[in-house]
Design a protein around this ligand. Sequence first.
Ligand code: FMN
Length: 306
Amino acid sequence: MARDLSVQIGSLTLKNPIIAASGCFGYGLEYAGSLDVSALGGVASKGLFLKEREGHPPPRIVETPSGMLNAIGLQGIGVHRYVAEKLPELRRLGVTNIVNICGTTLDEYCEVARVLSDHEGVAALELNISCPNIKEGGIQFGCSLTGTYDVVSAVRKVTTLPIIPKLTPNVTDVASFARASEEGGADAVSLVNTFLAMAIDVETRTPKLSNMLGGLSGPAIRPIAVRMVYECHQAVKLPIIGMGGIQSATDVIEFLIAGASAVQVGTANFVDPFIWTKLTDGLADYMDRHGIGRVSEITGSLRKNT
Ligand SMILES: Cc1cc2nc3c(=O)[nH]c(=O)nc-3n(C[C@H](O)[C@H](O)[C@H](O)COP(=O)(O)O)c2cc1C
């Protein structure tokens, strides 16, 4: 039986549903020497502001049980250097670039979106309204329903590129944020960003991260992320890109069944940078075993317990 791994996220077609998550795969070129980056469903770039940012001083990563805590602070090269130094080569390689954009104000989100819309090679914009470890912007918008609506609808007015707000899990009712995104004109939502968390060195009684607080990712968060994807799938018609602790094809399929149309993989790439073909091969094998022709048949296919 012919089997097709491609998926549709609004007007965007991905060759498979497995995307490298923002902040965990650089801008994509860093891996081009050892992987065929164009074979991925997409690459979500490191978050980009208008200008370069240094991020927080080290230590900014801590290992935790079944996960990691980070407070990078959105270090990045800024949108102008991205379009000048990274995008031409990414385009030449045929990479599907989902550019993760940030702002401290609505105007900044719009300006970053405008710059990217003027260049070929950008497949979609992922709006980072959910970074838990910067003081200004980001999560301030993503933790408020009006803030979420305002960012999405403002960016909607300045670009025809697909826009994908990335939702924070640090709220009580994530589905209401998916609804606010839908009302604002989003093409899809992605979730989850990291969970606000903390680790303490008991000998020195100091925080393990220079920023004190950070974002928890990795397998520890997966069941909560799956639950949130399920809730959003019940609440909106938008396609959902699910993530949080994926480290095997089984995990990918779990997110799809919960309601995701595609997934992103972040922390697992630090453990195994060659995970990508294992995930697509495992998904293809599952589809063959279950007589499934298209990935979309798996999306939201959860059955009730009998
Ligand atoms: C080191 C690190 C940096 C990250 N940077 C970003 C970022 O720039 N923008 C963003 O939207 N998410 C960022 N994230 C969040 C991830 O994209 C992802 O949402 C989260 O880690 C959950 O997926 P995972 O458990 O597969 O890592 C970062 C995560 C990590 C671990």
